[in-house]
Design a protein around this ligand. Structure first.
Ligand SMILES: [Zn+2]
Length: 138
């Protein structure tokens, strides 16, 4: 298939939560995270190319693993940063401060984490320009 249009780069498309197939359509109905109850609302299909957003019923249950991995990675990075900036020691309470702060950070980022893990999850299954309909092979 010939594709004359420039392919949008992968990482900014993920960061902007664009459809993995065309990298143009938004994966979420609302740009804003509020109200939180509508935060994860997705269109049934991509408004630009028609890519299905939920490949099968319950597709996004798998995102739990993605957000878990992201959270663990984030806390790891946070601890390293904390250690470099403030220093960590077993002799005082700094480990507990760092732990508390990382929990706070993860809670704050939770809406974003929930969204980005769905985005990453869909990107694992849908490649650029090759998406739209997945045939079930039974
Ligand atoms: Zn699309």
């Amino acid at each position: 298939m010939q594709n004359d249009k420039k392919k949008p780069p992968l990482l900014p498309s993920i960061a902007k939560m664009k459809c993995p197939n065309c990298r143009k359509g938004n994966m979420y109905v609302n740009k804003s995270y509020f109200p939180l109850s509508k935060m994860l609302e997705m269109p049934e299909t991509c408004p630009v190319c028609g890519q299905k957003m939920e490949l099968e019923v319950g597709f996004y249950y798998g995102t739990g693993y993605v957000s878990y991995a992201l959270t663990v990675g984030l806390i790891g990075i946070f601890f390293v940063a904390y250690w470099l900036i403030f220093g960590l020691s077993y002799l005082d309470n700094s480990v507990f401060y760092a732990l508390g702060a990382s929990v706070g950070l993860v809670l704050l980022l939770q809406p974003w984490l929930m969204r980005i893990s769905r985005v990453l999850y869909l990107y694992m299954f849908v490649k650029y320009g090759k998406g739209t309909i997945l045939k079930s092979q039974e």
